[in-house]
Design a protein around this ligand. Structure first.
Ligand SMILES: Nc1ncnc2c1ncn2[C@@H]1O[C@H](COP(=O)(O)OP(=O)(O)O)[C@@H](O)[C@H]1O
Ligand SMILES: [Mg+2]
Length: 142
């Protein structure tokens, strides 16, 4: 189950985020890879739209985690960016486990140090910058 998308604009990256949320929602965990500025947080904005979140999704890089509620007030999305923590995940690892247990949709940027925490299957998307578009691949990790 592999998908490849191309986004030429920020809006297209968001639209692909909506599609990815639809594909991955039942498994609940999405790892987002790609360099700084590739579009991981932009894509997360599309995921938020799909989940019915009216707040704009913003980078959680300083606070590491942000949670979002849908229009019913139910918390539905937990968005992590582990860039700042490096390998020293600390108590945020427990927080991540709790979000997975609570069946939130969990989106993780810079998740290399939390792979052991993830349930199987999960989904992995990678964004790479090509000449005139972002290439976005999506695969299910069994
Ligand atoms: N397909 C695209 N083409 C051109 N620019 C894009 C595209 N997708 C996103 N961007 C822009 O690239 C930047 C990516 O920032 P961000 O989503 O914060 O990246 P990351 O979270 O990967 O560091 C934003 O300014 C966004 O508007
Ligand atoms: Mg980001």
């Amino acid at each position: 189950m592999d998908y490849t998308f191309y986004a030429k604009t920020t809006d297209e990256t968001r639209e692909i985020g909506r599609k990815i949320a639809e594909i991955a929602q039942n498994d609940g965990v999405l790892l987002l890879g790609g360099d700084l500025g590739a579009g991981k947080t932009t894509l997360s904005g599309g995921i938020g739209e799909f989940l019915g979140i009216s707040d704009e999704i913003t980078s959680p890089s300083f606070v590491v985690n942000k949670k979002y509620a849908d229009e019913n007030g139910d918390t539905v999305l937990s968005h992590y960016d582990f860039y700042r923590l490096g390998d020293d995940v600390g108590i945020m690892g427990d927080e991540l486990r709790e979000d997975i247990f609570n069946e939130l949709f969990v989106v993780i940027e810079w998740g290399g140090s939390v792979l052991n925490f993830l349930p199987r299957p999960y989904w992995r998307a990678k964004i790479s910058m090509e000449k005139d578009a972002r290439k976005i691949t999506l695969e299910k990790i069994a």
